[in-house]
Design a protein around this ligand. Structure first.
Ligand code: NIG
Ligand code: FE
Length: 410
């Protein structure tokens, strides 16, 4: 049979094949590993996979790639990023080293509102230039699809500018972006209280965004001193009425009941979850809510506590991993996140791989993250002999080649 491309002699090929999405519990260990594997691609789609000797017998390809000694996996999916921001906040790192907490930095005029100022000042072209630079790094480190949140504009004009920039960058860049409206990231100074701001988001911003299809999801930073569970609930109900999927930044610094609230509303994902209780985990598992864990954030905040990933996996709650890319946690690398997930949250390297691909895709409702037959050929050739090297050989880029829809993009 004819094919466009054969990737042969993969020391390990992890297809993550299987229909069940997302994967839970023991399923997270089943990555469909084939030793001396081969992948067959036609018209940008995976049409077959198996042992190299069998695939070479069955297919004639125009192009043959020899992946001897290397590991092939689906492209990473990064399901939680704050990609649309201008500037950086490297000086806050010193404050953190000196012992200041996230909330102390925020209250001292740092944090989100500082980035809001810079993002409001930036033109859309300037913002897109900064986003492109980050997207190039993401792609070269193996991310082929990512979620991108707004949330550093807060006012309607800048939120729309950020979501338009995300939409345009999705079209202009080989990496795919999935947009999320996070207007409720912080109360903007021009509103007197959070209630008034949430009214504005519900009445003015969300209808405009829904009307123009500028976002697939609505998210809210549900946290003590930011937006409480009642504010958040009101916003998410309105978003759902307008046809947006719902997500929530929950249980990050204090547990104020947000993950359970969002689970009851049918959220696709609850994100951060450092402080989630056993009952929260039980509720999320029962409702099939995907927990997006972001170990880069406690790492950059120099905190000892990480999300209870082991407990979640043992309770069969679906778990995904993401970078949280933002000016506080500035990394584009899902490889770094895999290392942190294994070392700090005791995830097995195979669980981390599942959480970075198929489960991450489910958390943004995209049919990617596996190399099953009929799926888009988004894959990575890693210069490592087996997948254990992914978390183990850390702090360097292990990606050799990146393919998106069967085309080499990096
Ligand atoms: O997900 N937690 C809220 N938002 C971001 C941080 C944003 C910032 O510090 O700029 C987060 O970690
Ligand atoms: Fe975040």
């Amino acid at each position: 049979m004819k094919a466009d491309m054969l990737v042969i002699n993969c020391n390990e090929l992890h297809t993550l094949n299987g229909n069940k999405v997302p994967r839970v519990g023991q399923e997270m260990m089943e990555t469909g590993c084939i030793e001396d594997g081969a992948l067959v691609v036609k018209d940008g789609i995976v049409i077959d996979f198996g042992k190299t000797e069998d695939m070479e017998k069955d297919y004639n390809a125009l192009k043959v790639i020899d992946a001897s000694g290397k590991t092939v996996i689906p492209g990473f999916v990064d399901p939680h990023t704050h990609l649309a921001f201008s500037g950086s906040r490297e000086d806050e790192l010193v404050m953190k080293i000196q012992g200041k907490t996230y909330m102390e930095i925020l209250n001292a005029g740092g944090g989100i509102l500082r980035t809001v100022k810079l993002t409001r000042e930036a033109s859309k072209e300037q913002l897109k230039k900064e986003m492109k630079k980050r997207m190039d790094v993401m792609l070269s480190h193996g991310t082929t699809t990512a979620e991108a949140k707004s949330g550093y504009g807060l006012d309607i004009k800048t939120e729309v500018k950020c979501l338009e920039a995300i939409k345009e960058m999705d079209e202009e860049h080989p990496m795919d972006l999935v947009p999320t409206y996070l207007g409720a990231h912080s109360k903007p100074p021009e509103f007197k209280d959070t209630g008034e701001y949430i009214d504005h988001c519900c009445d003015e911003v969300l209808p405009r965004i829904a009307d123009r299809s500028l976002a697939d999801f609505c998210d809210v930073f549900c946290e003590e001193g930011v937006f409480d569970a009642e504010d958040s609930r009101r916003l998410l109900i309105r978003a759902a009425e307008l046809g947006l999927g719902i997500k929530v930044h929950a249980d990050e610094i204090k547990n104020i009941g947000c993950s359970t609230m969002a689970a009851e509303l049918g959220a696709v994902s609850c994100e951060h979850l450092v402080k989630s209780s056993d009952v929260d985990i039980e509720v999320m598992a029962k409702k099939g809510v995907i927990g997006i864990l972001l170990p880069g954030t406690p790492f950059m905040l120099m905190e000892d506590e990480y999300s209870p990933a082991r407990k979640m996996i043992d309770e069969e709650m679906p778990v995904a991993l993401a970078t949280d890319l933002n000016p506080n946690c500035y990394t584009e690398s899902m490889q770094m996140i895999n290392t942190l997930a294994c070392l700090q949250m005791k995830m097995h390297p195979l669980e981390a791989l599942t959480a970075s691909t198929v489960n991450a895709a489910a958390a943004i409702r995209r049919d990617v993250g596996t190399l099953d037959k009929g799926k888009k050929a988004d894959f990575l050739i890693l210069d490592i002999p087996n997948i254990m090297h992914l978390p183990y050989h850390f702090g360097v880029n292990l990606v050799d080649e990146v393919y998106k829809g069967g085309e080499r993009v990096c």
